[in-house]
Design a protein around this ligand. Structure first.
Ligand SMILES: [Zn+2]
Length: 282
């Protein structure tokens, strides 16, 4: 039997856990070889003391070093067979001066990074690949660039894999929005002026969710969502204060039972909604 291999192209350390953590652990449990390509070192993340990239005490190299260890730990938890770091510098959010930094992923010509990715793909020959859509799921330059280099790398292959984009159905996004509104209500009662909804909207410049009837894969991760929680928690420097971690394991597992994807290439001629990204290959 042919070895089944899965590969995801992610922008930063922690993206593998947040959008594909359940999928990685499930596939590893099924004996599928799993490869993770992480494009940047995540230098623009929070420093271990919580400092933002524009703060004086924020040290990009220190942040990268911390996130390197965190990614190693997450990869261990998710049972990833092979991690490849492309090692580009984090480009920060759209419009930040970091977009133009030396070695930034956003500033790297697509064809150069695509060639490196294609070499990995030709070596591993994954049947299934996951990355983000054209708007990088939420508009982050490094996520957009991950989409661009993946599409360009596919053009350099001698075979056609099945490509999926990660996705959130409109109905689920509406539920999330409701929770942020409830949190705002609670904050107002406590006399706070900060808004969870505004924080989220600042980070999400474009439509982030997908009409439910366009979703082409819904993966049941309920058997492994506690492991997904651990993989997210491994990225403590970025995530300890997040909405998900504050929920705690039990509530997280109660609300995180599915990961959704959108099929982009379809060499196996699959029809409709699947519950396995390797449908047509097994
Ligand atoms: Zn990211």
């Amino acid at each position: 039997m042919t070895q089944l291999t899965f590969l995801a192209v992610h922008a930063h350390p922690d993206d593998e856990a947040s959008s594909t953590g359940g999928l990685y652990r499930l596939l590893a449990n099924q004996g599928v070889r799993t490869v993770l390509v992480t494009c940047t070192n995540g230098e623009c993340g929070d420093s271990p003391t919580g400092a933002k990239p524009d703060a004086d005490e924020h040290d990009m190299d220190e942040v990268a070093a911390v996130r390197k260890v965190e990614l190693d730990n997450a990869v261990e938890i998710l049972g990833v067979s092979r991690l490849v770091r492309l090692g580009y510098r984090d480009s920060g959010m759209m419009g930040w001066p970091h977009n133009a930094n030396d070695g930034s992923f956003w500033g790297t010509p697509v064809e150069l990074a695509a060639r490196r990715l294609a070499d990995i793909l030709l070596e591993e020959r994954p049947q299934v690949i996951v990355t983000y859509n054209e708007i990088g799921f939420y508009g982050h330059p490094d996520h957009i660039q991950a989409n661009r280099i993946t599409l360009a790398a596919l053009e350099l292959l001698d075979y056609e894999p099945t490509l999926y984009y990660n996705a959130i159905p409109d109905s689920v996004f509406a539920e999330m929005r409701k929770r942020w509104e409830e949190e705002d209500e609670a904050r107002r009662e406590e006399g706070k002026t900060s808004s969870a909804l505004e924080e989220v909207e600042e980070e999400i410049p474009e439509q982030m969710s997908t009409p439910d009837d366009q979703i082409s894969a819904a993966i049941d991760i309920s058997a492994v969502n506690s492991v997904k929680f651990d993989a997210l928690a491994a990225h403590a420097s970025q995530i300890a204060d997040s909405f998900w971690m504050k929920m705690g394991r039990e509530a997280f597992c109660e609300t995180n039972k599915t990961e959704w994807f959108l099929r982009v290439t379809n060499p196996q001629k699959i029809d409709g909604l699947v519950t396995d990204l390797f449908a047509g290959y097994r």
